[in-house]
Structures are given as structure tokens and as C-alpha cells.
Design a binder for this molecule. Structure first.
Ligand SMILES: [Fe+2]
Ligand SMILES: [Fe+2]
Length: 312
């Protein structure tokens, strides 16, 4: 595809999926949400999009109750889709996961230790960092983990680093209750990250999409694929709804990262243009393209043109 804007192609494309919450036997979550269908739909949309991710990062709560069969089903759904996309899979521990099952079923290495791993994706370092505490839903990081992270980050990676965690180190002003389940003692992590090559922090846990910064680093929280939390609910401590699921795509440029949200679920197109238009666009000069697509009075932008396109 030709470059139409001023930015050259990104160096890396990484998909960011979160909070799949699968249950053993594929049974529905809360008896109501088909988490496998939602995950399959999310992956199908990623696959049909232009993203072509080099890796797919799953930021935790992979299994709702840490059941072995849930991890098996997760692999059965994710691995073929990732293979078709030629994307590496990067798992991250969430508070709903259990370390022993997570490590044995996803890494064939049963362990109760924090699940911290480093991946290199064509010169981009992605660190899967475990913010969970066994037996609890809030998050924390041990001194030993911080030391490990600091040692790892002491050597910059060719294209910098993405830090993937479950608990996002940001406030949750639209959902005060999440404050009870947040990552504690965040200033210790900030100290380790300042001045390093970490270019973005990817997180989940909140079940809604949100963005912030932490220690000057962009933070992007992907919504869940299972169910989401309704930030507009009236008189509710928390309100989970089967609506608004999404996955993110992270494009890594020389000096920027761009986080795009793809809502999960099919809907009806109300306006659009066929991909066949690309051939015409490619044949135009940049000036001709501006006059055709930007000029308000161009044939392309007139209501008549839209109507005739629909009739065609
Ligand atoms: Fe979750
Ligand atoms: Fe969580």
C-alpha cells in the first residue's frame, strides 16, 4: 500500500488483547457471556484488518478461575489464529490466573514464582511482567522483581521496550471501586522505569479502554474481550455488561507509539467505499488526491457522488 500521509511505515505492529476470562468446558461466564465466541470474534477481526501483527500480547486474566481446561481452550483458539497471522503469542499473568496452571499449561514449566519473561520481536523488546499476588485480586511487585526489571532495562533494546502488565499503574476516576484492586506501591515501579527505553506500558484488568501516562511513559489499557464495565451505570458499585468489548493494535514508529481500538462485534456499514478505489488513488498525484478527497466541493465529497456510489 502506498504512503499517503507524512509518516513512513511503522517498524512494528503489535496486537493487544486482554481479559479473555475463559472457563473450563467453555461454559459461559456468569452463565451469560460466551467468552470463547467473543475471543474468536476478536481474533477474526484482527485477522481481517490491515494490522498484520508481529505479536499478540494478552495482558492477563486469561482464565477466569485458573482452570487447566480453560488454558487448553485458550491455546486451541489463539494458536491457530496467531499462526495464520504469523504472530508470536505473548502471555501475561492476571489476578484471575493461577501461576502453577498458567506456567505449566502455557510454558510447560510448572512454577509458583512470578511469571516475568522477556521477548524480542525484531529488535523491539516486550517484557511480560507479573503484577499479581497469589490469593488476591489487587496487584503488587516484589523487590526481587523490581531488581530483575532494573537489570533487564539497564541494556536498551534496538527499538526500545514495551512493558506488558495486568494491573495498569494509573488512577481509575470513573470507577472508584477499582482503586481497591489496583497495583499498590506504584512509585517503586516508576523509579525503575524513569530514564529507561520503555516506550509504552500495555495493561488490562479494568475491562474498559483508557489511556494515561506513568513516569512520563504512555499507558494504554485494552478493554476486555469477555465483558466490560459500564462507566455510565447509575447507582452501581460495579456493573459488568456484555457490550463494548475491544482489542487494540499498537503501531510503533520511530518516535511515537499509536494505540488504535477495534470494537469487537459486527455491525452494518452505513457509508463506505470499495477497496477498488485504491487503484485510482495510486494513479493520482498528491495534488490531485487533495483536490479529490479534501476539497469540500469535489465530486467525490458531494452528496450526489455519495448517492450515485450507492446506486452503482
Ligand atoms: Fe479481568
Ligand atoms: Fe484483573
Amino acid at each position: 500500500m502506498i504512503q499517503l500521509g507524512q509518516y513512513p511505515a511503522p517498524s512494528h505492529v503489535i496486537a493487544h488483547v486482554s481479559d479473555t476470562h475463559l472457563l473450563a468446558g467453555g461454559r459461559p461466564l456468569y452463565g451469560a457471556v460466551n467468552t470463547i465466541d467473543h475471543l474468536e470474534q476478536a481474533l477474526a477481526q484482527l485477522e481481517r484488518s490491515t494490522a498484520r501483527p508481529q505479536a499478540i500480547v494478552f495482558t492477563g486474566d486469561l482464565a477466569d478461575l485458573g482452570e487447566p481446561d480453560a488454558y487448553k481452550r485458550l491455546r486451541e483458539v489463539v494458536e491457530p489464529a496467531a499462526a495464520r497471522m504469523k504472530a508470536q503469542i505473548i502471555w501475561v499473568m492476571g489476578n484471575h490466573d493461577e501461576r502453577a496452571q498458567y506456567s505449566s499449561l502455557l510454558f510447560d514449566d510448572e512454577s509458583d514464582a512470578p511469571q516475568d519473561r522477556v521477548y524480542m520481536v525484531d529488535g523491539l523488546r516486550i517484557i511480560s511482567f507479573d503484577t499479581t499476588i497469589p490469593g488476591y485480586h489487587h496487584g503488587d511487585i516484589t523487590d526481587a522483581q523490581l531488581q530483575w526489571l532494573s537489570n533487564e532495562l539497564a541494556t536498551p533494546a534496538p527499538h526500545g521496550t514495551l512493558l506488558a502488565v495486568h494491573h495498569p499503574p494509573i488512577p481509575t476516576p470513573m470507577l472508584e471501586a477499582m482503586g481497591m484492586l489496583e497495583l499498590q506501591r506504584q512509585e517503586r515501579l516508576a523509579e525503575v522505569l524513569r530514564g529507561t527505553d520503555v516506550r509504552a506500558i500495555l495493561a488490562g484488568h479494568l475491562h474498559y479502554s483508557t489511556h494515561s501516562t506513568f513516569a512520563g511513559i504512555p499507558v494504554s489499557v485494552a478493554s476486555a474481550t469477555c465483558y466490560t464495565l459500564d462507566l455510565s451505570a447509575e447507582d452501581r458499585l460495579l456493573s459488568g455488561v456484555d457490550f463494548g468489548q475491544a482489542v487494540n493494535v499498537v503501531h510503533v514508529y520511530k518516535e511515537q507509539t499509536v494505540h488504535s481500538i477495534i470494537p469487537v462485534g459486527d455491525t452494518t456499514e452505513i457509508t463506505g467505499h470499495s477497496a477498488e478505489a485504491w487503484a485510482q488513488i495510486e494513479a493520482m498525484t498528491p495534488e490531485h488526491r487533495l483536490e479529490t478527497f479534501s476539497a469540500k466541493n469535489s465530486t467525490f465529497n458531494s452528496a450526489d457522488a455519495a448517492a450515485s456510489e450507492e446506486d452503482a
